[in-house]
Design a protein around this ligand. Structure first.
Ligand code: NOJ
Length: 651
C-alpha cells in the first residue's frame, strides 16, 4: 500500500501479521501520537512523540503527512550463535513521512513495525537545507502505560551503573529514572518490556515518570547537558515495546535482534567459548590482581591453569591482572593502565605460545576503569598485541562510576560512552577478536550485526555474592536484564562456604545458571581444584553444557520467583534444563513433550529435600535414568536452590 497525500489530521491502524497486536498512529492538530493494544486491550494509551532541539523549534509540532507507506515483511533470521538459531522477523511496517507546515518546513519519517509480540518505531531525520546537524535537548517519546502497572526496575545514573537489585513497584510510585529493559505487568494481566534496539551514536534511553504519571524517555545526557550531537541523516534507535501474555513468554522475545541489521562482513571466524580464569582466586583473597607475593597472573600460574583447562576439557582461559597498572588503589589509578606492557612476572608471549600449543584460547583482559582517553590512545596497539599473540577473545572492563572521555566525566550510557563501546567492537571485528564487555553499555541487539560481541555483564554478577545478592536476583534476570541479550554471570562457583564471598545458592543452582543465564562467552568461574578434586561429577554438567543453542523453551516461572527453561544444543540432539528459585523451595513438574521421539539418558542434579542456600548448600541429589517425551520429571528446588538436567539423546 503506497499513499500520497497532504493531511494535517490522520488516523491509522497498523496490525501485526496475526492481527492481535495493533499500533494506532494519530496526527492531530499538527502533533503526532501512538497507542498500542493487544486483543483490543489498550496497553499504551495516547503517547506523544517528538524532540526538543537546541537552537531550533521543537520537532514534532505543526506537522502534516506528506506520504505514507505500509508493507508486510516475512523473514526467518538465522543467528550464528545464541539462544535460538532462528528468529522470526515478521511485521507490518508503516512509514509516515512528515513535514512541518511552517518555516523551516523540516521533514522526518516516523517508521513503525508491528510484530505479533512487539511494537517498535524510530525517527529518521534526513539532512536538509539549514538542518544538517543537531544537538538534541530532549526526546519527547512517551510510553503511557497504566500507572497502576507493576514495574521491575533498576535505577539509572547510579555509581554502579546497571549493577543493582531489581525492585518491584507500582509505576505511579517510580521516583527516579530507570534503565531499560523496563519490565511491566499491566492491571489487565499483560506483560510488557520497554526497551530499545540498535543503539548507536545516541544516549541510552532511560525512562522516568513525569508529573502526569506518564512514562517518558529520559535520554542519558552528556556532560554539556545535551542528549546527543548528531550529523544528519540520523535514525534514532528503535523504541521497542515487547508484548506477552505471560512472564515466561516475555523471556524469549527476540524482536530486539530482528530490529538490528544483518552483518555486513564475514564473521564465520566467531565462535562461542567456555573458559576458566585466573579470577575467583582474587575475589576470595588467595591471589591479587596487583603484582606482589600473591600475584595471580604469573607465567607459572597461567601455565598451570592452561594444563588444568586441558584436563577439564574447557577451551579457554581468562587471565586478569597481567598488565601494568594494578598497583595500589586500581580504581583510582586506572589512568596508569598499560595494555601492551605486562608485569615482570608474566610473559605474555610465552603464555600465549603455551596456550596455543595446548589448543587453549586465551581470554585477554583490559580493565580500563573508565579511563577512555587512556584506553583509546592504546586501543589499536593493544588489540594488535593480543592478535599477534593468538588471543582471539578479550574481556574488557569499565569499573568506576563514570568514564573519562575527552577530559570530561561522562556516563557509561551516554552518547560518548555508546560510541566508545562501538569503537571497540568494530576494531575487535577487524582484528578477528571477540569481546565480553563488563560494565558495558546495555545490550540492544547489535550482536546481530557484530556477532564478535559475544557477551556482556551489565547487571549484578556473582562477584556481588557475599551479601549483596539474594536468591531472587537470578530469578529476576531472565525477565529483565536478559531481555537485552546474554550475560556473563561468572557461574559455576562451587566454593559456596568460603568466608570472603559466601554464596546465597546451592550447588545444584550453580549448574542451573549455565542454562538459565545464557552467555556466548560462558565462564566456569571457580578455581580448577574445585572442579577436579572436590566436585568432578557436578563439573561434568558444566563440561557438557553448550554455549550455543538451537532452541530455547521457557517451561515455567514468575518474575523474581522462579524460572525453568529447556534449551537444545545446536550441535546435537541433546537438551539441557535449568531452573532456579527464590527463597522459597518448590516442586516442579516438567512435561518433556518438547523432546523428539526416542530415548534420552537424563543426568539429573537437583537439591536434596534438606538443602538450603543458607546452611545446607551442598546437599545435592544426582541421578541418572532413561526417559522419553511421554514422561515427566518431578524435581525439587530448595530455598535459594535450583536444578540442572542433561538429556542425552540415545541413538
Ligand atoms: C569488574 C568485573 O565485573 C570483574 O569481572 C573484574 O574481575 C573486575 N572488574 C576487575 O577488572
Amino acid at each position: 500500500m503506497f499513499k500520497w497525500f497532504t493531511k494535517d489530521s490522520v488516523e491509522k491502524d497498523i496490525f501485526s501479521p496475526d492481527g492481535r497486536s495493533k499500533c494506532h498512529f494519530t496526527l492531530k492538530s499538527g502533533s503526532i501520537y501512538y497507542t498500542v493494544s493487544k486483543n483490543d486491550k489498550t496497553l499504551i494509551s495516547t503517547s506523544a512523540l517528538g524532540f526538543q532541539i537546541f537552537g531550533e523549534a521543537p520537532l514534532g509540532d505543526n506537522l502534516k503527512l506528506i506520504r505514507e507507506r505500509t508493507s508486510r515483511h516475512t523473514e526467518t533470521i538465522e543467528m550464528p550463535w545464541g539462544e535460538d538459531r532462528f528468529i522470526n522477523n515478521n511485521y507490518t511496517e508503516s512509514a509516515f513521512y512528515l513535514s512541518e507546515t511552517k518555516e523551516p518546513h523540516r521533514i522526518f519519517t516516523l517508521r513503525f513495525r508491528v510484530f505479533d509480540n512487539a511494537v517498535a518505531f524510530r525517527y529518521e531525520i534526513p539532512p536538509q537545507p539549514k538542518f544538517q546537524q543537531i544537538s538534541i535537548k530532549d526526546e519527547l517519546t512517551e510510553f503511557n502505560v497504566d500507572p497502576n502497572s507493576t514495574a521491575w526496575q533498576i535505577p539509572a545514573y547510579q555509581p554502579d551503573r546497571y549493577e543493582y537489585n531489581y525492585e518491584k513497584s507500582a509505576v505511579h510510585n517510580l521516583t527516579h529514572s530507570v534503565h531499560t529493559p523496563l519490565t511491566l505487568k499491566t492491571p489487565s494481566g499483560y506483560y510488557l518490556a520497554i526497551h530499545e534496539a540498535a543503539l548507536y551514536n545516541y544516549g541510552s534511553m532511560t525512562i522516568k515518570l513525569d508529573s502526569k504519571f506518564c512514562l517518558k524517555t529520559d535520554i542519558t545526557p552528556l556532560s554539556d547537558g545535551s542528549k546527543a550531537h548528531v550529523v544528519l541523516p540520523f535514525d534514532t534507535p528503535w523504541r521497542l515495546v515487547m508484548l506477552a501474555d505471560s512472564a515466561i513468554e516475555l523471556t524469549t522475545n527476540r524482536t530486539m535482534f530482528a530490529l538490528n541489521d544483518p552483518p555486513s562482513q564475514d564473521f564465520s571466524w566467531v565462535s562461542t567459548l567456555k573458559f576458566i580464569g585466573i579470577w575467583w582466586a582474587m575475589y576470595v583473597g588467595e591471589w591479587t590482581w596487583a603484582p606482589g607475593e600473591r600475584h595471580g597472573a604469573t607465567t607459572e600460574h597461567a601455565k598451570e591453569y592452561i594444563d588444568a583447562a586441558v584436563r577439564l576439557g574447557i577451551s579457554g582461559l581468562l587471565i586478569e591482572g597481567w598488565n601494568e597498572g594494578w598497583e595500589g588503589d586500581w580504581l583510582e589509578n586506572g589512568i596508569n593502565n598499560k595494555f601492551t606492557v605486562s608485569t615482570p612476572d608474566f610473559d605474555l608471549e610465552e603464555v600465549a605460545n603455551y596456550a596455543y600449543r595446548n589448543h587453549i584460547e586465551l581470554v585477554g583482559h583490559h580493565e580500563t576503569v573508565g579511563f577512555i582517553d587512556n584506553y583509546e590512545k592504546q586501543l589499536e596497539a593493544a588489540y594488535n598485541y593480543y592478535a599477534t599473540n593468538h588471543v582471539h577473545y578479550i574481556k574488557t572492563g569499565y569499573a568506576g562510576s563514570m568514564m573519562l572521555i575527552n577530559g570530561r566525566r561522562e556516563y557509561h550510557h551516554s552518547q560518548l560512552g555508546v560510541n566508545h563501546y562501538q569503537k571497540t567492537v568494530e576494531l575487535a571485528a577487524k582484528k578477528h577478536i571477540c569481546l565480553d564487555i563488563h560494565e558495558p553499555i546495555k545490550g540492544t541487539g547489535i550482536e546481530r550485526t557484530w556477532p564478535n560481541l559475544l557477551s556482556r555483564e551489565g547487571a549484578r554478577g556473582q562477584e556481588y555474592e557475599g551479601g549483596a545478592i539474594s536468591p531472587s536476583h537470578a530469578c529476576m534476570l531472565p525477565y529483565t536484564r536478559l531481555l537485552a541479550g546474554g550475560m556473563d554471570y561468572t557461574s559455576g562457583i562451587f566454593d559456596l562456604e568460603n568466608s570472603v564471598k559466601r554464596m546465597s545458592t546451592t550447588l545444584a543452582r550453580q549448574l542451573a545458571y549455565f542454562v538459565t543465564i545464557y552467555s556466548g562467552m560462558q565462564m566456569a568461574a571457580d578455581r580448577p581444584f574445585m572442579y577436579e578434586d572436590r566436585f568432578p561429577d557436578e563439573f561434568e554438567f558444566i563440561k557438557q553444557v553448550p554455549t550455543n543453542f538451537e532452541k530455547t523453551i521457557p517451561l515455567a516461572g514468575e518474575i523474581g520467583e522462579y524460572y525453568v527453561v529447556a534449551r537444545k544444543d545446536r550441535d546435537s540432539e541433546d537438551w539441557y534444563i535449568g531452573g532456579v528459585t527464590n527463597e522459597e523451595g518448590r516442586r516442579i513438574h516438567l512435561n518433556l513433550n518438547f523432546l523428539s521421539t526416542g530415548s534420552y539418558a537424563a543426568h539429573i542434579y537437583s537439591d536434596a529435600e534438606n538443602a538450603h542456600f543458607r546452611d545446607n548448600q551442598f546437599a545435592i541429589v544426582k541421578s541418572n535414568k532413561h526417559i522419553s517425551r511421554n514422561e515427566a520429571l518431578d524435581l525439587y528446588m530448595a530455598p535459594g536452590g535450583g536444578l540442572a538436567v542433561r538429556l542425552e539423546k540415545q541413538s
